[in-house]
Design a protein around this ligand. Structure first.
Ligand code: HEM
Length: 465
């Protein structure tokens, strides 16, 4: 593959970015429909904005409290317009939602706020036939064979990064895990590419991930885009697009495309002649994978280090597993951390026509979803739910739809297998090299849509004997 000089500003990419911003304004979809809220499951009567803030910022306390107060199914009213969000907490209800007809249970609408960044072709934003087509084109890049191909690369990046840690130092493991998983996903998505371009992509992707919901909501008011954080976000988005389109353009002309195993090369070749992904579609899917694919896994890993760092017995068992190549145990540790500290608190679907779930008749326009937080914390799903106990996942799986960190049905996380593989590789490398102690107790904090350790899961690492 030929190396490419620094991409010059391409007027066409700037134009594409501007048009995307125009199309993807969060409030551009017209007025919020009115609902007949009679007969909905019970819920708090607080002002809508209070409920919205509680759900967005304090969900770790708010949602379990609503469950204790109102029972297994409850309604929260949220902005804009006080629309109902009906949350379900029982596995049989999760099953009904996951198995719902994709034409009636839309997921893309719930993610509309991500539109300006991810674009309308993003797997996260699409529904119906478009979603089905994109999913079919993307899936082969994440099947078992593809995952085995990425493993060596994950090992290399991990060894390189973990090798730089200094014995005796204390640090926020969340930050280190974020840097590591960003590097992994960049390389998996783009493959071995010009290092100078990767160096330019890294900060752009990082700044994109750090965009706050307030900035995204500001897209509804284009005038804001000339100021402060909005301007910085817009400038960064133009820059990111420039780099992405340059990478796509160049890769299309690579002569070794069939032999390449990175996601971009696979996606360029995916599908039949005449039904291939366009540059805009490729751009949107790649940005989606870069963003969805790193902070989530980083948070899960930071929670593992927190839990192991607080319990010598679990740590000793995990280190033994790491030394003996017992990947099943390491995966169990990761799954248990995801159960106890769900990275994503719920998955939602918007009803395109009336539906009955758990015996409740719900109107079109309502948003419904299983609460992952409560599903993972119910004692009838997971005995002694507050206890960290990886043995729940050793040689067995919890009953179906009681462990749902990756959602389910046709929308189940496309990177689930990837993140488990990556997590095991990273844990093995850390635990064979270091002893880990948690520096202090941590609690979940909301960061955009993910839940992360609020204090960054500070740990101290020492050389293992
Ligand atoms: C611990 C790590 C991760 C967690 C907890 C997680 C969680 C989730 C959840 C809850 C969903 C929504 C599922 C639903 O609506 O039913 C989702 C969707 C998605 N995830 Fe992940 N994810 C993780 C890692 C990844 C990785 C590594 C990638 C990419 C390499 C990725 C890419 C995606 C994409 C593209 C979707 C949209 C799928 C669709 O709508 O068809 N995720 N993820």
């Amino acid at each position: 593959m030929t190396t490419v000089e620094r991409p010059r500003a391409q007027p066409d990419t700037a134009d594409r970015t501007a048009r995307r911003f125009e199309r993807m304004r969060p409030f551009g979809a017209g007025p919020t429909p009115r609902f007949d809220t009679r007969g909905l499951p019970p819920g708090p009567r607080w002002p809508v904005w209070v409920q919205s803030v509680a759900l967005l910022r304090f969900r770790h306390r708010f949602v379990p409290r609503m469950w204790r107060r109102y029972g297994d199914v409850f309604t929260v009213r949220i902005l804009p317009g006080g629309r109902p969000l009906v949350l379900f907490t029982r596995p049989e209800h999760a099953k009904e939602i996951f198995a719902g007809d994709p034409d009636a249970f839309h997921a893309g609408k719930g993610n509309a706020i991500l539109g300006p960044i991810m674009g309308e072709h993003s797997l996260l934003l699409q529904d119906g036939q478009e979603h089905k087509r994109a999913r079919t084109l993307l899936m082969p890049a994440f099947n078992g064979r593809a995952l085995r191909g990425y493993r060596r690369l994950v090992e290399e990046v991990t060894r390189e990064q973990v090798g730089r840690w200094r014995p005796g130092e204390e640090f926020r493991s969340l930050d280190r895990m974020n840097a590591l998983t960003l590097e992994v996903i960049l390389r998996v998505v783009f493959g071995v590419t010009d290092e100078r371009r990767l160096a330019r992509l890294r900060p752009c992707v990082n700044r994109t991930v750090n965009v706050s919901p307030a900035v995204l909501l500001g897209w509804g008011y284009p005038a804001l885009q000339r100021f402060g954080p909005w301007k910085r976000t817009v400038d960064n988005a133009y820059r990111l697009d420039e780099l992405m389109y340059a990478e796509i353009r160049e890769r299309r002309s690579a002569t070794d495309l069939e032999r390449r195993t990175d996601v971009l090369s696979r996606l360029i070749l995916a599908g039949d002649e005449g039904d291939r992904l366009t540059d805009d579609e490729l751009r949107d899917q790649l940005v989606t994978l870069l963003l969805a694919g790193h902070e989530t896994t980083a948070s899960a890993l930071a929670w593992v280090l927190h839990e192991l760092g607080r319990d010598r017995t679990h740590l000793a068992r995990a280190r033994e597993a790491a030394r003996n190549g017992d990947d099943e145990h390491l995966e169990a540790v990761l799954k248990e951390a995801m159960r106890l500290h769900p990275v994503i608190p719920m998955v939602v679907r918007t009803l395109m026509r009336p539906a009955t779930i758990g015996g409740w008749d719900l109107p079109a326009g309502a948003t419904v979803g299983p609460s992952i937080l409560v599903a993972h914390a119910r004692p009838d799903n997971h005995p002694e739910p507050e206890r960290f106990d990886p043995s729940r996942f050793v040689g067995q799986n919890p009953p179906v739809n009681t462990w749902i960190p990756f959602g389910g049905g046709v929308r189940r996380c496309i990177g689930a297998g990837f993140s488990l593989m990556e997590g095991v590789v990273v844990l093995r490398e850390i635990l064979t090299t270091y002893d880990v102690t948690a520096a202090r107790k941590d609690r979940p904090k909301v960061r955009n849509i993910t839940s992360v350790p609020g204090r960054g899961s500070r740990i101290r690492v020492t050389r293992s004997e």
